[in-house]
Design a protein around this ligand. Sequence first.
Ligand code: FAD
Length: 503
Amino acid sequence: MSAQPVSKIVIVGGGTAGWMAAAGLSRVLAGPRAPTITLVESEAIGTVGVGEATIPQIIGFNKLLGLDENEFVRETHATYKLGIEFVDWLRPGHSYIHPFGTYGLDMLGIEFHHFWLRGRELGDATELDAYSIAAAAGAAGKFYWPQSNNPKSPLSKLAYAFQFDASRYARFLRKRAEQQGVVREEGKVVEVMQDAESGFVTGVRLEDNRLIEGELFLDCSGFRSLLLGQALDVPFEDWSKWLPCDRAVAVPCTLAGEHQPLTRSTARPAGWQWRIPLQHRIGNGHVYSSAHMDQEAATDLLLANLDGDPLAEPNHLRFTAGHRERFWDRNVIGLGLASGFLEPLESTAIHLVQSSIARLLAYFPTTAFGGAEIDRFNAETAREYLDIRDFLVLHYKASERDDSEFWRYFRHLDPPEGLAEKIELFRSSGRVIREHEELFTEASWLAVMAGQGIEPQSYHPVAALLDDAETLQRLDHIRQVVAHAVSQMPTQDHFLAQQGSAI
Ligand code: FAD
């Protein structure tokens, strides 16, 4: 019998992952023969309730959904984000920004930062941040849209993302998904039905005995991983050796003053603290290693370092860095926390949901569930996790900190192979490589390698071909162009008001 297109999709879980999948799939899989999509969620269980900072790729997802950006910003109480400020990560008292977008201008056909390195050799000690429009605007509290179709404008070098209220985002997506035909079933899944021979999932039974049957199941049940982890027993690949943080405590607080378009990450003795300014409040959290700090001390440290008054009781979360060995097993695909987790140091979790949805659409199955597509889906997703893991480990490994047991652990940790090569290449020649279209660009690797104090011993020889005075003068000119462009930009508050997206 020839394979049929999948006609019944069941999404288990209505957190960010579940509603992103519901909204994305119902938008793309449209038409008279589109599969039905049912989403099951339990209000009694609730969602993880954190996850507020994103990366620029989310703009593509919003476009796919056909969202109006101003409406989206208003509804989710979002602010714009131009990068992440890393405080005390290299050593206490030091900070740098990992900005979105690129640095400087390409000169003589090579990357700008080689001229920056040359300038340092000639005595110009200006930090890299001064050559990034996103870093300079972020630090000044300014925002304007990138001018990508005007390559002459310094604003063409800008990219941005959002910081939003995760529960408002899920509600916003729910509304759209339901308008696009997704059926929501409220109830707690108590049993996963499987075919006795193949182990394929055939349905989920709810507490009130209702049975929701389907052909393709998306496990968006959060850390519980009801289908992929529990029913199909797919093992978890544990990466705590590389990323030992395994707890977080989160608390929102009041916001006073201007909205800075930056997420802040401040290194702490056993982890780090996030600060995410939204329009109506600040999201805060402390990610830490339970082997190096207990819950009470971690909570006290967080509460002692808020910029406003707490607005809720602290929310405690446990996790293990890593992912399920297979993201797609038989007719179940895990999305979001059900499939894996990497600490939110570079705000990548929502992106991982988005990229898995895109991949699912690329390899969308028939009821035959071809093995080759599944293998490909799994290999690509695993690669993406690995690339992000290495980028996160870089932040810890390159730090000079040795003021606590936690930080000393990284001094003795051998970096993963691919990361070791990247660090060595940058250290020896200032070269930055980006492989197989990995998520983080050369500019991102550069931002963190330079920000974390890795000093290149050399640079691209072409950067030494210019006259010394001209090199310094060109660098100065670029800094002036960046500073001038930032001076012309509105503050983020002004911009939100202008767009009608302020709450
Ligand atoms: P959840 O939000 O946990 O949703 C699970 C859903 O499954 C819920 O609807 C629940 O009701 C349902 N469910 C579970 N069991 C059952 C059952 N038996 N029956 C019926 N329904 C059930 N991501 C970012 O991109 N940026 C960040 O800054 C960021 N910060 C984070 C900080 C921390 C500490 C953590 C832990 C995560 C962070 N994330 C961040 C990740 C982000 O929160 C999640 O990736 C995202 O919210 C997806 O969550 P989820 O939908 O997979 O799971």
